[in-house]
Design a protein around this ligand. Structure first.
Ligand code: ASP
Length: 594
């Protein structure tokens, strides 16, 4: 028998179709028997339609109805009819009608389900990943996949209109460190040699600028062999952009325009422009992070000068030693218990604070915690913080960096616990003027804050080697709701400046040539000034979808151990495959020790 091919999708039928005979194809979402009348909710990507096998339906249909189970794939032909008034379901787009089955074909059967489609909260994540094909049938996953498609489509639309070419760059490349560990691929044709999967198309996009291609973008797969973390994946996708003859403003305005277009096209949301900007220093000072969530206030205050005058030794000594004392006023939370304050302290300690000082504000003044040490500056503190009775004040005294980040962590925890972020809001901002280098305590040397191809700001060019820590870079990050969504920089196109940067981060000229020679060589042939940025596509879609993890917006992700339970990768390979690659495993059992 030929398959009865659908005339409509399961989301299409409305009152106007009443009286027509239609065929639907789909899966059994729900299936119930009300005293001889069978109701089937037939589902496809587009929606759900109620199918009815009436009591007086032909016997073969009645018999078939008893056979039907969840997720059987069916073809149903029948008459569209209006549902009786009380049976109408305003929550369903097809809720006014039902289809009275005249013929049903079972296209395929489904075994006992490991979990119910659409009941993802109950299913363990590994089970969901193992049976990803079932998980992807759920409306929530289909909605996320659809959103992801709309975002990439809108990206292509916008970038093409702006004169960008989408250009593919290779995914088997030379191993070149870009901050993370490379994923390696052994070469059969060149035994003993390896390709790396690109951590990003960084060098190739810069070379495309040398080639005069001027405006490049790519929805690019990137690979980083990093340890598992909540929203990290070994492979992820970037919207990668590079432009020639541009200043920072051009790059920021291109990305801003892209975000505005994407939100409007995919979610019908108008993002207000321009996005606010904070220097790195200001973001750290006010929010205690370079990824500020500006959906809520609760800003940090610098109380170093007041603390200096206090009799509280910890504070006064920190101020004297050139450190910083930061305070956060939590309105109306004087009621917090010691235990709740200890929880906040834990968040601060994760970021290196030695402790979290606190006091409560009452009509009498400061009370509890460190209040007794701060009475001498109490009035000044309250004025400076604009604190009123009922408030809780928490404080960290440390180096500027630790005081900011530790109290920033407390701010984030409070934001989360108190539900301060406006629901459904998307608050973008730029963070600019980052330091070019950051100190790496382990290697006792400088690392690039972003990557080594980023341009120092003009004012620091002459003196950068004398005081690398003071050098500001032409770097920028796009942040949304506390997530870093994109980062980029104006690039170095002058080999002399590049050499200085290599020297500062401890790369010898030979080593630099050995690793990045192909890029540096291209710079000998008239490179244009250029700059770019890359936005994390997975994270963007995650934020738009309101999901807690990027695994919810990647069709086939790995779990946090880097395993794909679906096809069970990574896996061992045949001896023959290894021989061909001239590889031998020193420890085939893989205990982790080579
Ligand atoms: N390649 C950089 C990254 O992946 C982004 C950029 O500078 O364009 O972070």
């Amino acid at each position: 028998m030929d398959t009865m091919k659908r005339t409509h999708t399961c989301g299409a039928l409305r009152s106007e179709h009443v009286g027509s005979t239609v065929t639907l194809n789909g899966w059994i979402h729900r299936n119930r028997d009300h005293g001889g009348i069978h109701f089937i909710n037939l589902r496809d990507r587009y929606g759900i339609t109620q199918i009815v096998i009436d009591q007086d339906a032909p016997k073969h249909l009645q018999d078939l109805a008893t056979e039907l189970k969840f997720e059987y794939c069916l073809a149903v032909t029948g008459l569209v009819r209006e549902r009786p008034g009380t049976m109408k379901n305003p929550d369903m787009t097809t809720g006014d009608i039902e289809v009275a089955a005249a013929e049903i074909q079972i296209l395929s059967r489904c075994e006992t389900l490991p979990f119910m489609v659409d009941e993802k909260s109950e299913a363990r994540e590994d089970l969901r990943l193992k049976y990803r094909y079932l998980d992807l049938r759920s409306f929530s996953m289909q909605r996320n996949i659809a959103l992801r498609h709309q975002v990439t489509w809108a990206t292509r639309e916008y970038m093409t209109r702006q004169g960008f070419f989408e250009i593919e760059t290779p995914t088997l490349i030379r191993s070149t460190p870009e901050g993370a560990r490379d994923l390696l691929v052994p070469s059969r044709l060149q035994p003993g040699k390896f390709y790396a999967l690109p951590q990003s198309p960084q060098m190739f996009k810069q070379i495309l600028m040398v080639s005069g291609l001027d405006r490049y973008y790519q929805i690019a797969r990137c690979y980083r062999d990093e340890d598992a973390r909540g929203d990290r994946q070994l492979e992820f996708t970037q919207i990668d952009v590079e432009m020639s003859f541009v200043s920072r403003e051009d790059v920021l305005s291109t990305l801003e325009g892209l975000m505005v277009h994407v939100f409007s096209a995919a979610m019908q949301i108008d993002l207000p422009r321009p996005f606010p900007r904070f220097s790195y220093r200001e973001a750290m000072d006010r929010f205690g992070t370079d990824k500020p969530d500006i959906r809520f206030g609760l800003e940090l205050e610098d109380i170093t000068e007041t603390a200096r005058k206090s009799g509280f030794r910890v504070f006064a000594d920190t101020a004297e030693a050139g450190g910083t004392v930061k305070a956060l006023r939590v309105p109306g939370k004087a009621e917090y218990s010691r235990k709740q304050i200890e929880e906040l302290e834990k968040a601060a300690k994760i970021y290196g604070a030695k402790g979290l000082a606190w006091f409560k504000v009452t009509t009498e003044g400061l009370e509890g915690g460190s209040a007794k040490f701060l009475q001498d500056v109490g009035k000044e503190l309250l004025d400076c913080l604009q604190a009123v009775p009922g408030d809780l004040v928490v404080m960290v005294a440390d180096t500027w960096n630790t005081a900011c980040t530790a109290l920033g962590a407390v701010r984030s925890a409070l934001g989360r616990d108190l539900g301060l972020a406006e629901a459904g809001a998307f608050r973008f901002c730029w963070v600019i003027d980052f330091p070019l280098f950051e100190w790496n305590e382990e290697k006792k040397g400088w690392d690039p804050m972003h990557h080594m191809f980023s341009m120092p700001q003009e004012a620091f060019l002459a003196t950068m080697e004398d005081d690398p820590g003071a050098v500001m870079g032409d770097l920028y990050d796009l942040v949304c709701n506390g997530y870093e969504l994109a980062s980029g920089s104006i690039r170095i196109h002058d080999p002399e400046i590049q050499k200085k940067v290599f020297r500062i981060i401890g790369f010898s000229e030979e080593e630099a040539l050995e690793r990045f020679g192909f890029l540096l060589n291209s710079f000998r042939y008239g490179p244009p000034p250029h700059g770019g940025i890359a936005a994390g596509l997975d994270r963007l879609v995650m934020i738009m979808a309101g999901e807690p993890s990027i695994r919810e917006v990647i069709p086939f992700p790995k779990n946090t151990a880097g395993i794909s339970p679906l096809e069970d990768s990574p896996s061992t390979v045949d001896e023959a495959q290894l021989r061909e690659l001239r590889l031998t495993l020193s420890n085939p059992e893989g205990s982790g020790e080579a």
